[in-house]
Design a protein around this ligand. Structure first.
Ligand SMILES: NC(=O)c1ccc[n+]([C@@H]2O[C@H](COP(=O)([O-])OP(=O)(O)OC[C@H]3O[C@@H](n4cnc5c(N)ncnc54)[C@H](O)[C@@H]3O)[C@@H](O)[C@H]2O)c1
Ligand SMILES: O=C(O)[C@H](O)COP(=O)(O)O
Length: 343
């Protein structure tokens, strides 16, 4: 692969400091400017060969079109739905992510939300802080023997399954790509969504956000679920239709929701956040020291490797999800279980 000349990189969000030091150790000039408004980023971006982002920077086509020198967009994390990859591809800009660096952290937060829903821990803590001692209000239910439906059996779905199996949950799942025998080897019973919905006490979604996953849980699918089903979304806002979720919570069809992500972040409409049966976080799935260290180091190293003309294609395995991942997305990461697309 021909080396790519990258002399300057803009980091537009809070990324682990190792990212900056690895780039600088390799002779790349780094500027950090966080919380820029769109117009500021448009004015700034022309001065850089590389851009490093997390999920908050929306790298839209107008930013890409203003980026006259940009060669690489590095996403220190998994989802690239905040980057217009088609627009980048048209301009020959490489988009990279580090999908495995935050897998464990996102899986652990998912499990924390499942446990919070089963025992009302956040609500009980708030009640205690308000000076109460209410032992009746927060009656919970064991996870032992309950059924967890996992929609999306990729990196995070797999890790959630093994952790919740240790609580004695039966894990069932659906994924259009993961082979049934692989799911079975993880202790997950593979099945169709039609079979999955009515069996679950808990449902957790771990798919990318794309046309086929928008509103996977909606009025119609909630109606197919057990009354009181509890749902968790630690993937992307909109995979569970937010209006349908609110209706299901109000009718009791949904018994509780654990939400780390929202269609709009931060959400202006606080109806879900304020619902008594919702436990929510401000998109914290990847917010651990370990995940940030991995993602920050990985993205910097990937940029350096590109600059040095190393062929990443040979170093990573190939797991292409067409329609979601785009033509020039290169994914790498710590465990070498990566997505890589070069078409
Ligand atoms: N909350 C956070 O901070 C946080 C952190 C990391 C990742 N994420 C998000 O979590 C999600 C999963 O990440 P991952 O690393 O496990 O991704 P992954 O690519 O490893 O797994 C996604 C899986 O979803 C499957 N899938 C695609 N369409 C589907 C459909 N219609 N129904 C069921 N399954 C479908 C794919 O086949 C794949 O196996 C992504 O949306 C990612 O952006 C969130
Ligand atoms: O897709 C991801 O990696 C997660 O949503 C984490 O996003 P963040 O890097 O903005 O925390």
């Amino acid at each position: 692969m021909a080396p790519i000349r990258v002399q300057s990189v803009l980091i537009s969000e809070s990324v682990d400091p190792r990212c900056r030091s690895i780039l600088e150790e390799n002779g790349i000039r780094v500027t950090e400017k966080h919380n820029m408004k769109k117009d500021e980023l448009i004015a700034e971006i022309k001065d850089y060969d590389g851009l490093v982002v997390r999920s908050a920077t929306k790298v839209t086509s107008d930013i890409i079109n203003a980026a006259s020198n940009l060669k690489i967009i590095g996403r220190a994390g998994t989802g690239v739905d905040n980057v217009d990859v088609d627009a980048a591809t048209k301009k020959g800009i490489i988009v990279m992510n580090t999908p495995s660096g935050n897998t464990i952290s996102a899986a652990e937060l998912t499990c924390a939300l499942i446990m919070s829903l089963s025992r009302h821990v956040p609500q009980a803590v708030m009640s205690m802080k308000a000076g109460n001692w209410d032992r009746k209000k927060f009656m919970g239910a064991e996870l032992y023997g309950k059924v967890l439906g996992i929609v999306g059996l990729g990196r995070i779905g797999k890790e959630v399954a093994s952790r919740m199996q240790s609580f004695g949950m039966r894990t069932i799942g659906y994924d259009p790509i993961t082979p049934p025998e692989v799911a079975t080897s993880w202790g997950v019973e593979p099945m169709s969504l039609e079979q999955l919905w009515p069996q679950c006490d808990y449902i957790t979604v771990h798919t990318p956000l794309m046309p086929s996953t928008v509103g996977l849980l909606n009025d119609e699918t909630f109606a197919k679920c057990k009354k009181g089903v509890k749902v968790v979304n630690c993937a992307r806002g909109g995979i569970i239709d937010e209006a349908a979720l609110l209706r299901a919570l109000e009718s009791g069809q949904c018994g509780g929701a654990g939400l780390d992500v929202f269609i709009e972040e931060p959400p202006k409409d606080r109806s879900l956040v304020n619902h008594p049966n919702v436990v929510s976080c401000p998109h914290l799935g990847a917010s651990t020291k370990e995940a940030q260290a991995r993602c920050g180091q990985d993205i910097a190293q990937q940029i350096v490797d590109m600059v040095n003309g190393k062929n990443l294609v040979g170093a990573v395995s190939c797991s292409v999800f067409r329609g979601h991942m785009q033509t020039n997305l290169i994914s790498s990461g710590s465990d070498q279980q990566n997505n890589i697309i070069m078409t």
